[in-house]
Write a new protein. Structure first.
Length: 387
């Protein structure tokens, strides 16, 4: 087992080096040499080692590697269709370098479909999706997302969390994290990422549906920007809890069809402060989620709410969730207006970049939505079965 762990550490260092340094650079060559030596040592003990990357789990042959639980590279590799890698003793240093270069291209979303060319020549390295029985696969065409679930259980879990907070109990952080993990599984159900967004059933369920959608969009954008698995999940939890303060708002104010009075507007605008207060009351360390809850309505130019006594830059996570929040809010029917079409919302994000939104984040979001449009899946939550 020591050899398999040593190889994965060297493998990760080589991936990082190849992403940073050009061909021929000393650091790149040194990392490649170390990775190949580790592979050579592994092959001396195991003539046909196999690794599976299943979200947070790394499995060597049929044994989970506990020390690699939540390993950053596992989520990233499985997210680009590299869920299984097999080696044999014919593997060469050149083949390892070619394989690592292919992975970098996929992780940076510049991969081309070279599967046919690779299959025409023998190689000691084979990779693909779990269940392909060792046959390698290359980049496949993006297909329209199809999902065999409805996210009904996740929505119900969020409603229960909100009820717990409304009843005066602390946030059930474990359940929030479990929902986010379930959403990441939904997003990586096949080799292509899926962006599952829940369709609003009733106006009084807006906070539940919106919270889940913002969590999904925040994780998708985090992955698009190349963040690691831990950060992606942390941003997902922050997105899930960003509007928690709205559970303190009376439903007649939250869903009012007409113009809010000054008093009602003050109640509505207090939800970021209330959300941060509720999150900070939790026993676990939830500082990032609290910051996002507090800042997600503050504009890049200092406008928005809560009002700041002096201008300062908001956290990167707050600026990212702000973009996702506005997108889903404008795409959803509300009592006082109809949903905007997607193109109009994306144009609004670009138009307001540099003023309301961080320009780089807003631009990345619109790029992501245009590129992943075939993978957007608008889901209907199943009605509960009468008992």
């Amino acid at each position: 087992m020591i050899e398999s762990s040593n190889f994965l550490h060297a493998f990760a260092q080589a991936l990082s080096a190849l992403a940073l340094y050009p061909e021929g650079h000393t650091s790149r060559e040194r990392a490649l040499d170390a990775a190949y030596q580790s592979l050579f040592d592994l092959l001396a003990k195991d003539h046909n080692p196999e690794f599976s990357f299943l979200g947070d789990e790394v499995i060597y042959n049929d044994v989970p590697l506990r020390e690699f639980r939540d390993w950053d590279w596992s989520r990233r590799l499985s997210g680009v269709g590299v869920q299984r890698v097999e080696f044999d003793n014919t593997a060469t240093r050149d083949q390892l370098e070619e394989f690592l270069d292919e992975l970098i291209q996929r992780l940076q979303r510049h991969a081309i479909d070279s599967a046919e060319a690779r299959q025409m020549r023998p190689s000691g390295i084979r990779w693909g999706a779990v269940g392909l029985e060792g046959h390698e696969t290359g980049a496949s065409e993006i297909t329209t997302a199809t999902i065999s679930f409805t996210l009904g259980e996740e929505a119900e879990a969020i409603r229960w969390m909100h009820n717990e907070v409304t009843s005066g109990r602390n946030i059930p952080v474990g359940e929030a994290e479990a929902v986010v993990r379930a959403l990441t599984v939904a997003m990586h159900g096949d080799q292509n990422i899926v962006v599952p967004l829940l369709k609003l059933r009733r106006f009084d369920e807006y906070t539940t549906t919106h919270s889940m959608n913002v969590s999904v969009l925040a994780m998708a954008l985090s992955e698009w920007l190349g963040m690691g698995a831990r950060d992606v999940r942390a941003f997902g939890v922050a997105g899930l809890l960003h509007d928690l303060g709205k559970v303190t708002i009376p439903i007649e104010v939250l869903n009012k069809a007409g113009k809010l009075t000054d008093r009602e507007r003050a109640i509505m605008n207090a939800h970021p402060v209330e959300g941060a207060r509720l999150i900070l009351a939790a026993e676990e360390d939830m500082d990032l989620a609290a910051v996002v809850a507090y800042e997600h309505h503050i504009m890049l130019n200092g406008g928005g709410y809560p009002a700041m006594h002096y201008h300062r830059d908001c956290h990167h996570a707050s600026k990212l969730v702000h973009v996702c929040d506005v997108y889903d809010a404008l795409r959803t029917n509300r009592p006082y207006r109809d949903a905007w079409p997607a193109d109009k919302v994306l144009a609004y994000l670009e138009e307001r970049s540099g003023v309301e939104f961080d320009g780089q984040i807003a631009h990345a979001f619109t790029q992501m939505m245009h590129t992943w449009e075939p993978q957007l899946a608008l889901l209907e939550e199943e009605q509960p079965v009468p008992t």
